[in-house]
Write a protein that binds this ligand. Structure first.
Ligand code: UDP
Length: 458
């Protein structure tokens, strides 16, 4: 262990909650295995160093001052980061190499998020080993590999009525499940995607997933990467493995713990947890339909309305119909941001109305909570399809934000035999995930990956 503490890993996340969280979990796990940890991160959306006193946090210039993250500008942010950050990162790493020399340490590996692909050539220039960290599912990564061939065969952009057709080679995914479906800036995405896939990290790829969850997709990926990248490590769910090493909060927003006291007073499995993660949101006019649907479903609910979704939540609440206000007071709890892991683990939670981000998906699966799927953009439709059609723990519904549709979907998830079946499948998956994470395939992959890093630094 002491010997390894002289091996420093530099991890490079992008400034998005859904990417920072799993990277900090990975850092926590690797710290517990004896490595020293540095987080080199963009200034924008910096993680809170006080939550991780054992790590060194080094911000670098990112050119993102004044940026607001929305689903519309995500690819522009990624393009800006990759165009701007190479020199600042190189300067930072040169400084780290000098410090390491003085401390008799070694920079053993640069672990960069797949969207920070500029880091690969910077590390290569400095002769440092690299690992790419994929925070979305293996299935989603496989779809990235399919875009260029689908484009050249004329499938994309999709025209006409083929949205429900299965994508050749990616069964059960349909064209409408792909992140490129219905996209205004398809060319920009294809270009970024090509750059992202062109990197060849010297020590391999870590994907936050579990072998048995995505076996057919992982098999295809492993075939694709050979022989250019020999190692593909399915190490997940990272938050579950990190729990064993006492993981700390990685939240960029303040977590409101009052919801836990509220949950403590609710019956077992009676509450629907409602959240669209850190980027997706309902429009202001949709919020009232959601409120009416929740109220009419007669179920209890804990609802996250993120800051910035609406100007003044209490003014908006006053404008709701009287019976909806009563339902919120009697059966609801509305908050700005919650400690989601603790919420999903709470015995009062019976279902999750989710945008199906990959972290939320894994967090829900690990707690045996079935999901009412409302995917919005990016990988979310792929995840929703896996939830509903592969693991059978996700409810596919019309996704029409209208109170009657919402009420029906909530009842299906929370009180119908269909929902009960999903809850049972979810509980079974929960057990299987624990086995994989604690002593199974993910544990083995983690050991192989660590051995790889150590061998590369002999
Ligand atoms: N999250 C949270 N509190 C909330 C809502 C979300 O801590 O009130 C966390 C959640 O646990 C997850 C992350 O935010 O780890 C969201 O990541 P995900 O991949 O699900 O979606 P994204 O935000 O990237 O779209």
């Amino acid at each position: 262990m002491e010997n390894q503490r002289s091996h420093r890993l530099v991890l490079i996340p992008p400034p998005f909650q859904g990417h920072i969280t799993p990277m900090l979990h990975l850092a926590t796990i690797l710290y517990s295995r004896g490595f020293s940890i540095t987080l080199a991160h963009p200034h924008f959306n910096s993680p809170d160093p006080s939550n991780h006193p054992n790590f060194t946090f080094l911000p670098f210039f990112d050119g993102l001052a004044g940026t607001h993250i929305s689903s519309n500008n995500l690819s522009n942010i990624v393009i800006t980061l990759n165009a701007t950050c190479a020199s600042p990162l190189k300067e930072l790493l040169v400084g780290e190499l000098m410090k390491a020399k003085v401390k008799n340490e070694k920079i053993a590996c640069i672990i960069y998020d797949s969207s920070m692909y500029f880091a690969d050539s910077v590390a290569r220039e400095l002769k440092l080993p690299t690992i790419l960290f994929q925070t979305t599912s293996a299935s989603n990564l496989l779809t990235y590999h399919a875009f260029a061939p689908l484009h050249s065969k004329g499938y994309l952009p999709l025209r006409g009525s083929g949205s429900l057709d299965l994508v050749p080679g990616l069964d059960p995914l349909r064209f409408k499940d792909l992140s490129v479906f219905n996209l205004a800036n398809l060319d920009a995405l294809l270009q970024t995607n090509a750059k992202m896939l062109a990197v060849t990290p010297s020590l391999g790829i870590i994907c936050n997933t579990v072998d048995f969850l995505e076996q057919p997709f992982l098999d295809q990926l492993r075939q694709l990467y050979q022989p250019s990248i020999v190692n593909f490590f399915a190490i997940g769910p990272l938050h579950m493995i990190a729990e064993e090493s006492c993981s700390r909060s990685s939240s960029l927003l303040e977590e409101d713990y009052s919801c836990i006291s509220w949950l403590n007073n609710q019956p077992k499995k009676s509450v629907l947890y409602v959240s669209l993660g850190s980027i997706a949101s309902w429009e202001e006019k949709e919020l009232s339909e959601v409120a009416c649907g929740l109220a009419n479903s007669m179920q209890r609910f804990l609802w996250v309305i993120r800051p910035g979704t609406i100007n003044d939540v209490s003014e908006w609440e006053k404008s709701l119909p009287e019976e909806v206000k009563i339902a919120i007071a009697e059966r609801g709890c509305i908050v700005k941001w919650v400690p989601q892991g603790k919420v999903l683990a709470h015995k009062a939670i019976g279902g999750f109305w989710s945008h199906c981000g990959w972290n939320s998906t894994l967090e829900s699966l690990c707690e045996g909570v079935p999901i009412m799927c409302q995917p919005n953009f990016g990988d979310q439709r792929v995840n929703a399809r896996l939830l509903s059609h592969v693991w059978r723990v996700g409810l596919e519904w019309s996704n029409i934000i209208e109170k009657g549709e919402i009420e029906g979907a909530i009842r299906r998830l929370m009180v119908s035999p269909e929902g009960k079946e999903m809850r049972q499948s979810a509980l079974k998956l929960k057990q299987e995930l624990r086995v994989a994470a604690i002593g199974g395939s993910s544990y083995d992959a983690l050991n192989r990956m660590i051995n790889n890093v150590l061998s590369a630094n002999l």
